[in-house]
Ligand binder design. Structure first.
Ligand SMILES: [Zn+2]
Length: 253
């Protein structure tokens, strides 16, 4: 499983499904319809040719990405946030969770529209949903799901250029990783007593991101890790995490 996939081990809380289809949509057969365009999805400038892979707009310098959207089986050029939206939907598309996902997105969209008085961006909708997930998963001490959600939040904030928040999310995900593979479905003993020093591990896939976002914040990884200690102490208190961040990072980062 990639770091970006968000496991759906538990049912999402049941928001009133108003517009959601009660049955999951079928996967579309056949090759996707190619709707790639030579227009930049950010600034609209006409590119020299239709992108064949990820590229940078020569005018606005933003990253143009390609995705097959399984919801309508189309292949499109899109912004990073649009690609993020496709990736989030893909996690549940074709499963019984998909209608619940759609209902949650629409419910959050309506709430934010009312709050802002204008159409909310998908990134705001996703952020709101993920914050609710963090609260719910934390209350159940579902470490795996909390970690996956923080990783998804890291990716979203990085796309938006909010590297300081992305760094915080990366540190949170990494702290969770070193606290063990527990979740509420686990049959293992309580992590507060069963934690094992072997769970302390190098940051793995997160290393590159930690370095990149720390650098963007003008820090070394060590400085960022130390600065994260007070926030980590709050996480530990809230989720009864088995080991302190200060006991982990000096050996691993
Ligand atoms: Zn552009």
């Amino acid at each position: 499983m990639g770091l970006f996939s968000r496991k759906k081990k538990e049912a999402t809380p049941a928001p009133t499904p108003k517009r959601a289809d009660p049955t999951p949509p079928p996967r579309q057969a056949g090759a996707p319809t190619d709707l790639r365009s030579e227009g930049c999805p950010y600034c609209g400038v006409v590119l020299k040719k239709v992108p064949a892979g990820q590229t940078k707009c020569p005018s606005c310098k933003q990253k143009i990405v390609l995705r097959v959207d399984p919801r309508d089986n189309t292949y499109r050029t899109m912004t990073e946030v649009q690609a993020y939206e496709v990736d989030m939907a893909m996690d549940t598309f074709g499963t019984p969770d998909y209608p619940k996902y759609v209902a949650r997105v629409e419910e959050k969209r309506a709430k934010l529209r009312e709050k802002f008085g204008s159409e909310p961006k998908f990134s705001d909708i996703a952020w709101g949903i993920m914050n609710e997930d963090i609260l719910r998963f934390s209350a159940r001490r579902n470490f795996d799901s909390v970690r996956n959600t923080y990783t998804a939040m890291m990716r979203l904030t990085a796309i938006e250029g909010k590297t300081v928040v992305a760094l915080d999310m990366a540190l949170r995900a990494y702290y969770m990783l070193c606290c063990g593979p527990y979740d509420e479905n686990s049959t293992k003993a309580d992590p507060a007593t069963a934690w094992d020093a072997s769970y302390k591990r190098p940051a793995g896939e997160l290393t590159e991101w930690l370095e990149k976002y720390a650098k963007a914040d003008g820090k070394t990884v060590e400085e960022a890790a130390r600065a994260f200690e007070p926030a980590a102490a709050k996480m530990r208190e809230g989720m009864k995490m088995p080991v302190s961040w200060a006991d982990i990072w000096p050996d691993c980062l």
